[in-house]
Design a protein around this ligand. Structure first.
Ligand SMILES: Nc1ncnc2c1ncn2[C@@H]1O[C@H](COP(=O)(O)OP(=O)(O)OP(=O)(O)O)[C@@H](O)[C@H]1O
Length: 260
């Protein structure tokens, strides 16, 4: 099957610092890939290169076979990539449903569609869609609650709804399980599984290896900006280079502890 997302020999330098070196990656439609590596390995930078926050120094990025390397971030979003961040980026003083509508706004193609999430148009389809997305996620009871009043686990899941709204083909999640308690983590896992069972591909950065094992069929390991391993989670965890990368840094992450 043709790739949904392809990174072909991508490199990134900041000044003289080579942060990503000759990194290649294939994400098939509907596949679930984990991107792991020690702190500072370059995982978030890879996300930033894919979504167009930073231009690449070398290499190509393709989405659905189309070269998007030079496209600005807002045009890449319209190719169906959606992202959540390490830190929650919801608008705390808006309601849950208003936050979901902001996600729709980012993907609106026509100027009148961009106005619609503001609620100025009659028969606001956008609001209905946002409420439906909350219902599908089992979060409808929070629709009118202000985000800053909601528990952390619910806020994380709202981010997921916002990212996935409007039919993303690729969902990119940066440390979605960080800071969640075991119950919240299970709820998030079920939520992500639900979103991706419909054929949305997943690329997830996550330190919590148990979470990655349950969610991802394939794992890619970065260290000092280079790919050092790729394969099924249980294979990768036994890879000597991966063990060295984690244990050699002395980073007592969940991945290292699991891998040991
Ligand atoms: N805008 C920037 N300017 C200069 N250096 C940067 C920039 N962004 C990232 N870096 C550097 O790139 C390297 C990789 O950072 P990145 O945040 O991508 O790592 P990471 O694997 O996501 O780490 P963590 O797991 O701690 O989030 C680090 O050395 C970081 O300091």
């Amino acid at each position: 099957m043709a790739d949904l997302l392809t990174l072909d020999g991508v490199s990134k330098s900041f000044g003289g610092l080579k942060v990503i070196q000759d990194f290649s990656l294939s994400v098939a439609p509907g596949s679930r890939i984990g991107l792991i590596g020690p702190n500072g390995a370059g995982k978030t930078t890879v996300f930033n290169l894919i979504t167009g926050v930073y231009p690449v120094t070398a290499g190509r990025i393709l989405m659905g076979g189309e070269d998007i390397t030079r496209l600005p971030d807002w045009r890449r979003a319209r190719h169906g990539m959606a992202r959540s961040f390490q830190n929650i980026r919801l608008m705390p003083h808006l309601s849950a449903v208003e936050n979901i509508m902001l996600g729709q706004h980012l993907r609106a193609r026509r100027w009148w569609d961009q106005m619609a999430p503001l609620g100025l148009m009659p028969r606001n389809r956008w609001k209905r869609d946002a409420v439906a997305a909350l219902e599908a996620a089992g979060l409808a009871r929070y629709a009118d609650a202000l985000v800053y009043n909601l528990p952390y686990g619910v806020q994380k899941r709202l981010e997921l709804v916002r990212a996935a709204v409007a039919g993303a083909r690729l969902l990119m999640l940066d440390e979605p399980a960080a800071g969640l308690n075991p119950t919240e983590r299970e709820e998030l896992l079920a939520h992500i599984e639900g979103l991706t069972s419909g054929g949305t591909a997943l690329l997830v950065v996550e330190h919590e290896m148990g979470f990655v094992r349950r969610l991802c069929e394939r794992v890619v390991v970065l260290n000092f900006g280079q790919k050092i391993a790729e394969g099924r989670p249980e294979e990768v965890q036994r890879d000597p280079q991966v063990l060295e990368a984690y244990l050699g840094t002395g980073a007592a992450t969940g991945a290292a502890a699991d891998a040991a």
